[in-house]
Write a protein that binds this ligand. Structure first.
Ligand code: ADP
Length: 362
């Protein structure tokens, strides 16, 4: 079997509703011949990408996620993870022109809705071959690749409700048994995965990561995801939500509902005195909890219907968001009597981009 491996650079891009995720494979085993033919432009790109952590005001390299000295397509190298807001996509294309990328001919694999939306602009301005890939197929491919490659990729919380216990455990994930994959991006897709090639999208909801961020901006005047998460981590949602105990004075025993369960999200906010007492942080926390409760209950329902006991959560909504992961993990443990396990992923929102990069080699 003889396959033609494309020339460098190896880039793949996932252009989502909120964030662009870019993965770049930096080869470490360039032959003297390749070094000679690589040319100045590629060398500059390599240097620019790998020696910076911030690109302009809004691009970032997640250096903590970098995978060093790995094998991809028979080559050895480092895998870099870069993100920037989708609102900057046109500027990004112009930057590539400025860096003279348009004078090279190369192939880029692109996925996410933006692979369609930005195709014309990218192809017209940059002299590249734009290969579109389906985002769900690439998501599964990326998951399969990274969960095998990285022993710490998949993890769960032992006691998610105990904030003092940082019991995060890695686990070896077996993709051959059916599971649910809940991707929390701007919106949410729920997939039933039987094998790498047998995947169904069984449900979804429009109440996702962008809903959390949008409502937080409206309610608290914050202006970034980082700020919204920080506020949420400092807030108390029970100042905003109506709990079972606010209605019953205690537990609702007949149906086994403890008093601390939310009966009505934002249910206190019709009362002027309660509104007065709720801080911005409380509102951000309640927004987060509302979105998470909804995700949790839909995921649980799907897991029961499909008869699976593992739910994997992916998507950038869980980025720097230990709080949300713990809330989800606790909800799964609680409502399933510890029968259904919530599992999280180190590379959060990057799986589709990684799966797209794998197109180079298979
Ligand atoms: P999409 O592919 O739809 O862009 P992602 O998986 O990238 O989805 O997740 C987007 C969500 O991630 C946002 O709605 C927000 O909740 C969260 N998020 C994490 N980091 C950021 C950030 N730096 N800027 C905006 N949203 C972010």
């Amino acid at each position: 079997e003889h396959r033609i491996i494309p020339v460098f650079p190896w880039f793949a891009i996932d252009i989502g509703g909120t964030l662009v995720k870019l993965v770049y494979f930096e080869p470490l085993d360039l032959t003297p011949d390749e070094i000679l033919t690589e040319g100045e432009i590629l060398m500059n790109i390599r240097h620019y990408l790998t020696s910076n952590r911030a690109y302009g005001a809004e691009g970032f390299r997640d250096d903590a996620l970098e995978l060093t000295n790995i094998k991809l397509g028979g080559r050895r190298g480092n895998l870099h993870f870069i993100r920037f807001p989708t609102s900057q996509m046109h500027n990004f294309i112009d930057l590539c022109v400025m860096k003279n990328l348009h004078t090279l001919t190369f192939q880029v694999f692109a996925t996410g809705g933006g692979a369609y939306k930005f195709e014309q602009d990218a192809v017209e301005k940059l002299k590249l071959t734009w290969c579109k890939c389906d985002e769900i197929e690439t998501l599964i491919k990326g998951l399969s690749y990274l969960s095998k490659l990285n022993p710490n990729e998949c993890f769960y919380y032992e006691e998610p409700e105990n904030n003092a216990n940082l019991n995060k455990h890695s686990l070896k994930f077996d993709m051959k048994k059916p599971f649910l994959l809940v991707n929390i991006g701007s919106g949410i897709s729920i997939l039933h995965v039987e094998s790498e090639t047998k995947v169904r999208r069984i449900s979804g909801t429009s109440i996702g990561g962008a809903t959390f961020l949008g409502l937080s901006c409206l309610l608290t005047d914050c202006s970034s995801y980082e700020e919204a998460i920080k506020l949420a981590s400092e807030g108390d949602s029970t100042k905003v939500d109506k709990l079972v105990r606010d209605i019953y004075g205690g537990d609702y025993d007949r149906f086994g509902l403890p008093g601390h369960i939310v009966a009505s999200s934002f249910g206190h906010m019709n009362a002027p005195d309660k509104r007065e007492q709720a801080s911005k942080a409380d509102l951000a926390r309640a927004t987060l909890v509302t979105v998470l409760n909804n995700i949790g209950s839909i995921s649980m329902m799907c897991a029961r219907t499909e008869n699976v006991d593992r739910i994997l959560f992916s998507g950038s909504f869980l980025r720097i968001n230990d709080l949300s992961m713990r809330i989800l993990a606790y909800a799964m443990d609680y409502w399933s009597n510890n029968e259904i396990k919530a599992i999280f992923l180190e590379h959060e929102g990057y799986f589709s981009a990684v799966g797209c990069l794998r197109e180079f080699i298979m």
